[in-house]
Write a protein of this length. Sequence first.
Length: 365
Amino acid sequence: MRRVLVLGGTGYAGLLIAKLLLERTDCRITLASRHLARGQAVAADLGAPFVDRVSACRADAGDPDSLRAAFRGHDLVVVAAPTTAHADKVVRAALDERVDYLDIQLGAAKLALLRSLAGEIESRGRWFVTEAGFHPGLPAALVRYAADQLDRLETANVITYLNQGADLPYTDAVDELAEVFRHYQGQVFRGGGWTRPTSWTACRFDLGRDIGRKLCYSMYYEELGPLPATFPSLTDLGCYVSESHWVTDWLITPIVGLGLKFPRSTHAMGRLFWWSLRTFARPPHRVEIQVQATGIREGRQARVRVSVAHDDGYAITAIPVVATLLQYLDGSVRKPGLWLMGHVVDPVRLVADMDSLGARVTIDA
């Protein structure tokens, strides 16, 4: 029976990850929180149907001693808290205590740190997975899924629709999302080459059903970078975020981008962005990611569209994580080294498991 510690286990995403792991595996779960009393209360509620399988401990991402004490004796730590400012301490504690690691964070500095330690991670026989979850996490995995449905993959566009509406709760994860604008890159792969990192592209995509055609803006994720080499027949590749309300797109987003140029502005800009997403949201309310791909199947042109959706943005983050961990727990993807989630998972099994875990999966192939 493996022991899994969820750092940030009392938060929205962390708690959902813990709950799904309890329901779908025989793992023992530890909820790690800065506030022990809260962790114990949440563990008591969560553990009622799972006697002796869930507990709580105190861990502060800024305190290396508390991290090492919390991680000791566990097989895996899932970093489900926005702790990128303390990534060096969290990663070092995991290496020192010889535990495997998965995070759901997006951050250029964190990724650079992990890459600088890739040799040590592999030599110690550890499995480290970064940028797991919805986005990042699913874009590369869904492109790989689409490629599996074709004999030759030629184009692949990933589009995210982020519209949870007034039910979107404010957490530190919103600040982390706003922080993306500080290091925004929008390059896409066109005609066999990448556009400039400082460029961006706007395209209209038909998202089908009740969403319809939307203007979408390019956003680059590191997991996209290796895909053209993995699929040499690929000529066009991009990841896009669907338009929101015009106030959010053309007024609030530029203000957030400018505001982030000032020090210690992340929280204020995150609150502003969150307010706008909630205030101006219009139906349909959900979070969705699609891959729209074209290529050759049995000598003829073919199209593939795969959609993964959920009403809750935190659930659609937790579900891909747990689907990945199901592959880790049975040993099928536990290969020592540093991995991006979108490249380490079996994409076909991932999609099937996400469907069984409660995501709404639609496949048109």
